[in-house]
Design a protein. Sequence first.
Length: 424
Amino acid sequence: MPKIVLTDITKRWGDFYAVDHLDLVIDDCSFVTLLGPSGCGKTTTLRMIAGLETPTSGRIEIGDTVVFDSEKGINVPANKRHVGFLFQNYALWPNMTVYQNISFGLKNLKKYTKQEIDEIVQRVARVVKIEMFLDRYPSELSGGQQQRVAIARTLAPEPEVIFMDEPLSNLDAKLRLEMRSELQRLHLTTGRTFVYVTHDQMEAMTLATKICLIENGVLQQYDPPLKVYGKPNNLFVADFVGSPSINFIDAVGTQNEGSMDFTVLDDKKATFSFAEPIDIANWREAEKKADAERAAAKAELAKNKKHVEKGNKDTVFKYHVAMVDDSAKQDAEPTENDYVIGVRPEMIEICDDGGIEAEIYSAMPTGMETTVRLRIGNFLLTGVVFGGVTYEIGSKVNVRFKGNGLMLFSRISGRIIGTGALKV
Ligand SMILES: Nc1ncnc2c1ncn2[C@@H]1O[C@H](COP(=O)(O)OP(=O)(O)OP(=O)(O)O)[C@@H](O)[C@H]1O
Ligand SMILES: [Mg+2]
């Protein structure tokens, strides 16, 4: 089974960079999800690997074969790359029944007998639960059923690498969950490499062995789901994954004997202790050095006559601090004493005394858990409490921050500095 290696892949149209210098190694047998907001370059990346789009520059290897190299002028056509592809805009053949749609690709392969083809069709149809529709035509199916036929058609020829571009987008929530679990089983039992595009972070979290999170054509993080969740590289990643969303708290302060002394939530004194010791001065030095190196590399690139300046500029992510009334909020230019603390909803503990005084702003029980919004002065924090707890709106509670996994970010660059505990 092949490993896929992308080296310095760029795709631009004019000065619009859809994919910006992407390096990516997709391991053999892995399940990689390409995740990111609409228009960030997921489909384009997938199409380039599959050979349906020509990169502007870079190199792509699938297994031992170089399938694309802009410098050497190599470009292996799509049908020779041995990949199965399920498009975002899949099209079933309208004049063929479901059975014929699924078996069509198998007949062309010529290596199967009629009976083998029948077995495969029955098996994949069972996996996606359409075995009762095999004699129908696509126009006689709902959108979700058509989508499942498209999945079956992709799986039938047993390609070594399977690319799927939002294959579950037309399904209802329950079926989606079921299909997700089937896809996970399928990945396990077939041992194929899956590359899966989605903008649904839940889908990416639950299915992937590794998530590749892209924004504006730039790779933000490429890690296993729980690392992306627990130690996001920057504010954008922290905000993009997790539901309910992470809470951001502005913090101003300096380091004092290892831990950070902060003022948070208007006027409250707080201490942030790192899970692993970090010296802020050193961290800043290293960050400045890395930035200078990046700027130098960019300047070097710009000397090339063929270089085109990126029109869709990269900016530091504008994080959102939830407030009851944010009309008076002003965005001052951040200094080195400005930080942002990221608190996942499950890190908020509601208790009877100690910590910070808060008021229940809203409480939404789902049965299994309750999402609670807590008001602290003008600020709102979202917490999740397990179990069916009822809270009276307006009642007074106390709030503490649980555990060692709160995240500290630099406000200037938006990058993570480290994780730790916050005591207020
Ligand atoms: N042929 C083209 N010419 C110019 N720009 C294009 C072309 N194809 C795509 N783009 C642009 O490239 C960017 C990336 O497109 P892509 O289809 O990869 O997005 P995506 O991440 O798959 O988004 P979605 O989640 O909405 O499917 C988009 O902003 C799109 O407008
Ligand atoms: Mg897309």
